[in-house]
Design a binder for this molecule. Structure first.
Ligand code: CND
Ligand code: ZN
Ligand code: ZN
Length: 375
């Protein structure tokens, strides 16, 4: 019976950019009204967490607990929480769904005014944190903070999922898988027989690829500067894989030759604005759509010749694959349980919280797709 009491536990603390995380003893206060305290069971390491450590996300506050791709079990709930109870399996949501704001009530949007996706506040909705370490408050990240044994979430940032779901796999539905898969099926709305190119074959890009295949795309070209990523991409449905460094011509020209003058759909899953420009140019004149999925550094800008748009290309983007988080995450977990897609191909490494820095190193070196930390 920890309900109502402060929990002492371990967490990986980020002290600032370019510094390793350290495992610390922290205190996690009980949830206040409309909050939920969750025991994290498993979490993936996504490149967005590393963008904070590399400094590409530059307005974060420290010390902070990163991590936004987790799954866990409700330990206790605050006053007024109706739809969650201790013991429920849940996935923390980095895009909230309050159900009431302008975006939530618009069927074409999956964002929510209550988000903390830059400029970063790093606190719960009441503008405080439930974490302390060495007597000082610790900031949240993306409303989630999963690199800890216990976290506290606003209830609008929690999806209740199937009691039988394997948390050490479905944690990927908290970000990488859903972001990529939804970018193909919701944001681009890839059609049967269409041609697609996916730039960046990490956890997010490979999930786009899975979505393109499920949607029935006839041609799916994987593009990556690291050819070690090609075998996995082909296993998951890529019909061709190319390395831009193997060509003298700009990569959009190479892709145009491979796709009857341009692709129907392209996806940037890196966070590089130059690649975003190529991905748009690689779509077909008059009918192509390019989707920005990667998170670019805060000050970066994309340059577009207006003629590219005037002649009928579409440039769009989405967070979390366009899914309305609280409504759709339980459905995605149900689809996983019904074997509509498989997550094993995305999981290359398993580890523990105390080895989190090694997990980040694997991602930086390009050696992992997803490392899942068992908490
Ligand atoms: P990860 O680093 O695993 O994958 C990126 C891939 O891109 C790697 O395979 C690289 O080799 C490849 N790459 C790098 N530079 C180039 C280049 N110039 N040309 C071709 N390939 C290149 O990252 P991830 O899959 O975890 O995440 C990808 C991006 O998605 C990243 O920017 C992350 O922050 C972002 C993201 C977005 C969202 C969202 O909601 N839209 C959610 N989570 C992550
Ligand atoms: Zn992510
Ligand atoms: Zn809302």
């Amino acid at each position: 019976a920890t309900a109502g009491k402060v929990i002492n536990c371990k967490a990986a603390i980020a002290w600032g950019p370019k510094q390793p995380l350290t495992i610390e003893d922290i205190e996690v206060a009980p949830p206040k009204a409309h909050e939920v305290r969750v025991k994290i069971v498993a979490t993936g390491i996504c490149r967005s967490d590393d963008h904070v450590l590399s400094g590409a996300i530059s307005d974060m506050k420290f010390p902070a607990i990163l991590g936004h791709e987790g799954a866990g079990i409700v330990e206790s709930v605050g006053e007024g929480v109706k739809n969650l109870k201790p013991g429920d399996k849940v996935i923390p949501l980095f895009v909230p769904q309050c159900g009431e704001c302008r975006c939530c009530t618009n069927s074409r949007s999956n964002l929510c005014d209550k988000h903390d996706i830059g400029p970063y506040i790093g606190l719960l909705l009441d503008r405080t944190s439930r974490f302390t370490c060495k007597g000082k408050p610790v900031y949240n990240f993306l409303s989630t903070s999963t690199f800890t044994e216990y976290t506290v979430l606003d209830e609008i940032c929690v999806a209740k999922i199937d009691d039988n779901a394997p948390l050490e796999k479905v944690c990927l539905i908290g970000c990488g898988f859903s972001t990529g898969y939804g970018s193909a099926v919701n944001t681009a709305k890839v059609e049967p027989g269409s041609s697609c190119a996916v730039f960046g074959l990490g956890g997010v890009g490979l999930s786009v690829l899975i979505g393109c295949k499920v949607a029935g795309a006839a041609k799916i070209i994987g593009v990556d500067t690291n050819p070690d990523k090609f075998a996995k991409a082909k296993e998951l449905g890529a019909t061709d894989c190319i390395n831009p460094n193997d060509y003298k011509e700009p990569i959009h020209e190479v892709l145009a030759k491979m796709s009857d003058g341009g692709l129907d759909y392209t996806f940037e899953c890196i966070g590089n604005t130059k690649v975003m420009e190529s991905a748009l140019l690689a779509t077909h004149f008059g009918c192509g759509t390019s989707v920005i999925v990667g998170l670019a550094p805060a000050s970066a800008r994309v340059s577009v010749d207006p003629m590219e748009m005037l002649t009928g290309r579409t440039l769009k983007g989405a967070l979390f694959g366009g899914w309305k988080s609280r409504d759709d995450v339980p459905k995605l977990v149900a689809d996983f349980m019904a074997k509509k897609f498989n997550l094993d191909g995305l999981i290359t490494h398993r580890s523990t919280l105390d080895k989190i820095n090694e997990g980040f190193d694997l991602l930086r070196k390009g050696d992992s797709i997803r490392t899942i930390l068992q908490i």
